[in-house]
Design a protein around this ligand. Structure first.
Ligand code: PMV
Length: 344
């Protein structure tokens, strides 16, 4: 089964424009971030194999002999299937997780086991493997929030910058290397509830909400056009357009009812420094993005990060367009990542 260390990473991602609207068939633009999550599976001479997910503080060990005895024929359909309750129960039995394991942690281990047992032992993933990973990740999204559009799993799998509409994916050819701040307001929210809230508002006020979704669609298309132009011939005016699009979309998202005072605060703090922000993803708290224009001095970036941290938020500076899910060799890893994997 497993003879060597398996190291996998996946990028963080943000939706630049089109969250919520994408659930209703509109276009979304999503990008992979140069902030990655790592996973290590390490066999030991004592017959155990360790799973380490340092970003969420998970370390778990299995008996290789026990895993090998398992009847995993339920995974051998060659394609991703909707996880039925029976399938999830079977995987739980395989995983041997304690009953008191937190829901998010046990879901992470189960999702990993699904993937590992389906696509185990490869050193490189083919396009077909990635398609399968994307399908499984979509099923994982369904467990977590019911009726996902599919944009999140697509961008985490394929990386780069994607245009997504109703399952149709196209990569932006030459996305500019935008710098952004990703801010986590740490306000918990439930994607399923927020998506349902937008649907209810659409049903209640179709004449008001449908045009908002159409307008968000147009914002995504305009952003795609500008990013294309920036890739070809960058000019400072393009940043002004991106900033206006961010502001308009943020107002629309507020009108859809997915804003939050913490996100208003994020927008105000960055606006006071001439920077433009919007929520990303489901809203209602969660994360926001801030565009960093070129020429911004590093002390100014640091002061903005500090101001956001003082609000109680977590804040990272990063760039867009990172590679999708990847396998690594142990020697190619940054020493900080190695330390995090070892340090649990
Ligand atoms: O906050 P996240 O990462 O779960 O993103 C949700 C994005 C939505 O458009 C609101 C839902 C979806 O499935 O696309």
């Amino acid at each position: 089964m497993l003879s060597e260390v398996l190291l996998v990473s996946a990028p963080g991602k943000v939706i630049l424009h089109g969250e919520h609207a994408v659930v209703h068939g509109k276009v979304a633009l999503a990008v992979a971030l140069n902030l990655r999550t790592f996973l290590r599976l390490q066999p030991h001479s004592n017959g155990k194999v360790d799973l380490s997910l340092p970003n969420i503080g998970i370390k778990w060990a299995w008996d290789v002999a026990r895993l090998q005895l398992l009847d995993t024929s339920f995974l051998e359909q060659g394609d991703a299937t909707t996880p039925t309750p029976e399938l999830v129960e079977k995987l739980k039995e395989v995983a041997g997780l304690p009953d008191d394991c937190a829901v998010t942690e046990s879901l992470a281990v189960l999702a990993f086991l699904y993937l590992y047992l389906s696509i185990c032992g490869k050193q490189r993933w083919t396009k077909e493997d990635l398609e399968l990973i994307n399908k499984w990740a979509f099923q994982g999204e369904r467990v977590i929030h019911g009726n996902p559009s599919g944009v999140d799993n697509a961008v985490s799998t394929w990386g780069g910058a994607l245009r997504y509409q109703q399952g149709k994916i196209s990569s932006l050819k030459r996305p500019p290397a935008l710098q952004i701040l990703l801010t986590n307001t740490k306000v918990p929210r439930n994607t399923r509830t927020l998506v349902a809230g937008v649907r209810n508002r659409l049903l209640k006020f179709p004449e008001i909400v449908a045009p908002l979704l159409t307008s968000i669609d147009a914002i995504s298309l305009e952003c795609e056009r500008v990013l294309g132009e920036m890739g070809e011939a960058p000019a400072p005016e393009q940043y002004l357009v991106l900033e206006e699009l961010i502001d308009m979309n943020q107002h629309h998202l507020n009108a859809l009812g997915v804003g939050h005072t913490s996100l208003d605060q994020l927008c105000q703090v960055t606006r006071a420094r001439g920077l433009h922000s919007k929520l990303t993803g489901a809203g209602g708290g969660g994360c926001g993005i801030t565009l960093l224009k070129p020429g911004l001095e590093q002390p100014e970036v640091e002061a903005t990060k500090q101001a956001l941290t003082s609000c109680g938020f977590d804040c990272w500076e990063t760039s867009i367009g990172a590679p999708g899910v990847s396998i690594h060799s142990a020697t190619s890893l940054d020493s900080r990542v190695q330390q995090a994997l070892d340090g649990l």
